[in-house]
Ligand binder design. Structure first.
Ligand code: ASP
Length: 307
């Protein structure tokens, strides 16, 4: 006999929104030019929201100050909370370390048969920039330079790094999941296995949605808290240590983007070489000057047809 107990909480259906966005995006991509008006509308809305967010961020120090003070006054024992916050901080740090230096290293080794530590040791400049700025996007030019110095194909870095800096945020996903579970425990909200899976899925989606700017993960975490029915104001419980955690998770985000680019370069080296051999720029120029359009288009198709 299974005894199912159902409890409904009034929250936004974040997973539904994420799923709908993915489906709508795919449909718009298929529509082509006739979907452009809707795409322009969504793009303009998103830009307008960014401007409003900038204004709100300017006001945030005052708001955050009152939020944190209110939470401190609510607490029975500040020492206990500070102790718990320390444990939370260490958990995130340990998770980031295991993810960056063990999990990713193993995946990298399986795919390339090389240890990533040799490459990581050459990433001092971009990792330091990531730590200093707390922004994957601001670090992007330095990351591209570092990878160029390592001899990674520029076509790979210039494609993988911008995508990675906006979409691939391993550190942020990990931190958001840990933070949501920490807040739930602090509030004595029990999380079932299903809720833990939902937290992991939404944390990953929220990290994809987070911009590569300082503390963006803190904002998208509202989605994760919402999934388990926790109020978004509870973010103020972790704000005190967030500025420091942000720097560490950004460093891991940037490191994983760079390793991703090295891996793609390794896997596509032969393909890229072939394409270069088929269509060196001077080869195309020569063909073009011979005015043999048919031949030019054959070479171009052969070389770049699959891109
Ligand atoms: N600051 C992070 C980044 O730029 C995003 C975040 O987790 O807040 O990668």
């Amino acid at each position: 006999m299974w005894d199912f107990k159902q409890k409904n909480t009034a929250t936004t259906n974040v997973l539904g929104v994420v799923m709908f966005s993915v489906v709508l995006g795919t449909a718009l991509g298929k529509l082509g030019s006739s979907g452009k008006p809707l795409l322009d509308f969504l793009y303009a809305t998103s830009e307008a929201m960014m401007i409003i967010t900038h204004w709100v961020i300017w006001l945030s120090p005052v708001g955050v100050f009152f939020l944190v003070v209110a939470k401190i006054l609510e607490m029975d024992s500040l020492a206990i909370i500070v102790g718990k916050l320390g444990a939370y901080f260490c958990t995130v740090m340990l998770g980031l370390f295991i993810h960056g230096f063990i999990t990713i290293a193993v995946i990298f080794f399986i795919c390339t048969r090389k240890l990533p530590y040799r490459y990581i040791s050459k990433m001092g400049q971009n990792l330091a920039t990531a730590f200093g700025t707390g922004s994957s996007s601001a670090t992007m030019p330095v990351t591209i330079n570092t990878l160029d110095d390592m001899g990674i194909d520029p076509r790979v870095t210039r494609f993988v790094i911008p995508v990675g800096a906006t979409v691939n945020m391993d550190g942020t996903a990990l931190y958001e999941a840990v933070a949501a579970i920490f807040i739930a425990q602090l509030r004595n909200v029990g999380l079932s296995f299903g809720s833990l899976v939902a937290v992991s899925v939404t944390a990953t989606a929220a990290s994809i949605g987070a911009a590569g700017i300082p503390s963006a993960g803190l904002v998208t975490m509202v989605m994760v808290l919402d999934t388990v029915g926790l109020p978004s104001e509870d973010i103020s419980l972790i704000i005190a240590v967030d500025w420091l955690l942000d720097r560490f998770r950004t460093t891991i985000n940037v490191m994983c983007d760079s390793l991703g680019a090295i891996l793609v370069d390794h896997l596509s080296r032969n393909d890229l070489k072939e394409k270069l051999e088929l269509a060196e720029p001077h080869e195309l120029m020569e063909l073009k000057s011979s005015n043999n359009d048919k031949e030019v288009s054959t070479v171009v198709k052969k070389s770049y047809g699959s891109i």
